[in-house]
Design a protein around this ligand. Structure first.
Ligand code: FAD
Ligand code: UQ1
Length: 587
């Protein structure tokens, strides 16, 4: 069995025998496409026999027979439709694989340049250069028939030619940590990080900036200082993906080729999602700890407020650090209480959701603080519009019967947690799930469709708490799995959904939520009961976590974050060494 990979989603091969089907299943293929009519030569297994073998091995089977040299539009349409709808990876075959690769080339013609298509098939061992006029004609025909359908490519830019071993999108918590974790395991690995900003931020510190504990300068470092030695930094924003040709398209149209791609661009703070918010941020008593520039303004407002109304808002989930909106509120209340002003300040928490915190075990401790501070909880109230100069905010309230109404609130200060979503270039890409996030397996963090793409951090589809704490555990998992895939083996490190949210309930005390998938409590230290406020957890947050972030996590020292590795499963994939050595653990 001679499998030739065209893209992470589809490979082609010469004639498969019935006995090859089980091997294909063990190599991770999910669908077989047979492009050969029955009875072309003696000894050829029939389509029915292959179908039965595929079904016995849990694979989908599709028969799109093609006569050699006579590929019709109908067959291309059928192949194209199959690729859009079936589960991948797909293994298509005919006598030599040429008909299958021809069908692929014509199927993707509306989306990819002829050059890219021909280069890709040539790399797989099929010289289809004679097909160029047909590819171009089909692309033109499809464009004419469906002008508004799909753009040919995000850029039309020229390929750079070089294919890096690993390209990482984003130099935030996820991108830097995973680069370091990979390099610790395999020094000299060819890694590129695509990151437009020249500063890296320790965002978890912004709650303490807003609470008057940290200086915002402590939360910022030059990007160049956190990019690991030996990693190439491309100072640009990624704009689109071309997973069929293993390329990322940058904003200026440049293309970067990769063997494995790691997608970690974080999420988008959607300030435009609240009418009037952008115009008034940073003035008129409107603040947010979600911005480096504004966290100090939170503390300024808190210090200056002597009486009046203070509102704190929380948008619909998912958001990064789901506890951050209430952390800002508790620290403000604690200050006002210590100053003897709390009785003169009406505090309300307007939460688009219906619960104070998603994991019930932590709610009783938080409720005690809500009561102590006299906070008015307003559930199912979503901030829709704000008028800074008039000091008014409007909320859409969803009632029990599902009907909605708008309520108006006046304020003296308001802390806004903005609505959040996947970045636009991810949402609009073939990597996204329906909600816009990078569609990855929750355990291996491997893309569900493109086996050489991984994602970690806030941009991923995994249902964990979107936190740096989660990234600390995800980075080693992705590092191991990327190296496995580069060696031609399937992923074997698994992530348990760990995330953590240190809820600053008062200055000096924290309720340390630590939990994994399904809300399972995952405390790191047996002696630290996260469901109770504790000064030890505050000490961890204030004194220990910054150096853990900067010097352990970002530098690839996997403190308390060693990945769970499943036993090695050797495969017979032609690209894989017969049985590779176990990967060394990071120090
Ligand atoms: P980020 O760290 O946001 O990095 C994304 C990077 O990608 C950025 O550098 C960005 O410039 C880059 N990028 C964006 N678009 C592109 C593009 N097109 N091309 C290339 N690069 C791009 N977590 C905790 O664990 N504990 C806490 O106490 C905590 N508190 C928080 C408090 C606040 C106020 C906030 C805002 C966050 C908090 N977090 C906390 C969450 C934590 O900061 C994030 O979950 C974490 O930073 C996510 O890492 P990431 O790499 O996915 O994204
Ligand atoms: C954590 O690991 C982490 O990332 C480094 C955070 O962000 C800074 C956190 O806020 C927390 C609470 C953790 C969890 C770490 C331990 C040791 C419990």
């Amino acid at each position: 069995m001679e499998v030739r990979r065209i893209s992470p989603f589809i490979s082609v091969s010469p004639q498969l025998q019935v006995s090859d089907i089980g091997i294909a299943a063990s190599q991770g293929f999910k669908t077989i496409i047979n492009n050969r009519p029955d009875g072309e030569e003696d000894g050829q297994p029939t389509s029915d026999e292959l179908k039965a073998a595929a079904e016995a091995n849990g694979l989908n089977y599709i028969h799109i027979p093609v006569i050699p040299g006579k590929v019709t539009d109908k067959e291309v349409e059928a192949f194209s439709k199959a690729l859009d709808n079936v589960k991948g990876p797909v293994l298509a075959f005919c006598r030599t694989g040429t008909r299958s690769s021809t069908l692929w080339a014509l199927s993707v013609a509306p989306r990819l340049d002829a050059d890219a298509i021909l280069r890709t098939t040539a790399e797989a061992g099929y010289d289809l250069s004679a097909l160029r006029p047909k590819i171009e004609a089909r692309a033109a025909m499809m464009a004419a028939n469906a002008p508004a359908a799909k753009k040919k490519d995000a850029s039309g830019g020229a390929p750079s030619g070089k294919r890096h071993q690993v390209v990482i999108i984003g130099g935030g918590a996820g991108g830097i940590s995973v680069a370091s974790s990979m390099l610790r395991r395999q020094p000299g690995l060819d890694i590129v990080i695509v990151e437009p900003r020249d500063k890296h931020y320790y965002q978890p510190g912004w709650t303490l900036v807003g609470g008057g504990v940290f200086d915002r300068a402590d939360t910022e470092k030059p990007m160049s200082s956190v990019i690991p030695d030996g990693v190439q930094w491309v100072r640009a924003a990624a704009a689109a993906f071309s997973p069929e040709t293993n390329e990322v398209v940058l904003e200026d149209g440049e293309r970067l080729g990769y063997q494995v791609l790691v997608v970690a661009p974080g999420l988008k703070l959607n300030w435009e999602g609240v009418e009037g918010l952008k115009e008034t941020l940073g003035k008129n008593g409107v603040t947010s700890n979600y911005l480096f520039d504004l966290a100090p303004y939170t503390w300024e407002l808190v210090q200056n407020l002597r009486e009046g109304v203070a509102l704190f808002t929380q948008p619909p989930m998912p958001i990064k650090c789901a506890g951050a909106p209430q952390k800002a509120m508790y620290l403000a209340c604690d200050h006002w209480r210590r100053q003897g002003r709390l009785d003169h300040i009406e505090v309300a928490f307007h939460n688009a959701g219906g619960v104070l915190f998603g994991v019930p075990d932590y709610v009783p401790a938080l409720m005690r603080y809500v009561d102590r501070y006299g906070i008015n909880l307003r559930f199912n109230q979503n901030l829709k519009a704000i008028d800074g100069p008039a000091k008014k905010a409007w909320f859409t309230v969803t009632k029990e019967d599902g009907s909605t109404e708008t309520v108006e609130r006046s304020f003296d200060m308001i802390h806004v947690c903005p609505p959040q979503c996947a970045p636009d270039f991810i949402r609009e890409s073939p990597l996204a799930n329906e909600a816009g996030w990078v569609d990855v397996d929750p355990e291996t963090l491997q893309h569900v469709k493109f086996g050489n793409i991984f994602s970690l951090g806030d941009a991923g589809s995994t249902p964990n708490a979107k936190t740096a704490a989660a990234v600390r555990k995800q980075a080693p998992v992705v590092a191991v799995n990327v190296l496995e895939v580069l060696s031609g083996r399937p992923p074997r490190a698994v992530y348990d959904g760990y995330g953590s949210c240190p809820l600053t309930v008062e200055r000096g005390k924290i309720v340390l939520a630590e939990f994994g998938y399904g809300g399972k409590l995952l405390p790191t230290f047996p002696f630290l009961d996260g469901t109770k406020p504790s000064s030890l957890a505050w000490f961890l947050k204030e004194k220990m976590l910054p150096p853990i972030y900067w010097h352990a996590m970002l530098e690839g020292h996997e403190w308390l974050a060693g990945p769970t590795i499943l036993p090695h499963r050797p495969t017979t994939h032609e690209a894989a060494p017969a049985c590779g050595p176990d990967l060394p653990k990071a120090p």
